[in-house]
Design a protein around this ligand. Structure first.
Ligand SMILES: [Zn+2]
Length: 115
């Protein structure tokens, strides 16, 4: 199973533009965005899905700090944003991730460009 986060992004093999980072989470600009502005927030320890998330006070704190910082930045700069998380068949990578996105959709669910 492909896990771009554990295989490439967390070890630093694929450089990403990091917005916010703690010892437990990373928030960075998507390398192949689906929206005009598209940020990904992940836990650094492998968790496969929000559906299997086991409550973790420290991780919750870091997730919400990352979400607050990114959504505030988008709200201040662009007037708003959306946050989402794919689960199960909707996940192309089986590593829990949040999306914060804003603006026009650039690619469909299949990854192909929308013209
Ligand atoms: Zn992983």
């Amino acid at each position: 199973m492909k896990d771009i986060y554990c295989e490439l992004i967390i070890p630093g093999k694929l450089p990403v533009d990091i917005i916010f980072e703690t010892e437990r989470v990373m928030a960075f600009h998507h390398t192949q965005p689906y929206w005009e502005r598209h940020v990904v927030i992940i836990p650094k320890a492998h968790i496969d899905s929000l559906a299997n998330y086991v409550d973790d006070v420290e991780l919750n704190k870091d997730f919400f700090e990352a979400i607050r910082i990114v959504t505030k930045q988008f709200n201040d700069q662009y007037g708003g944003c959306r946050i989402s998380s794919n689960v199960g068949d909707y996940q192309s990578s089986k590593h829990l991730h949040w999306y914060v996105h804003q603006g026009k959709r650039l690619r469909g669910e299949d990854g192909k460009a929308i013209h």
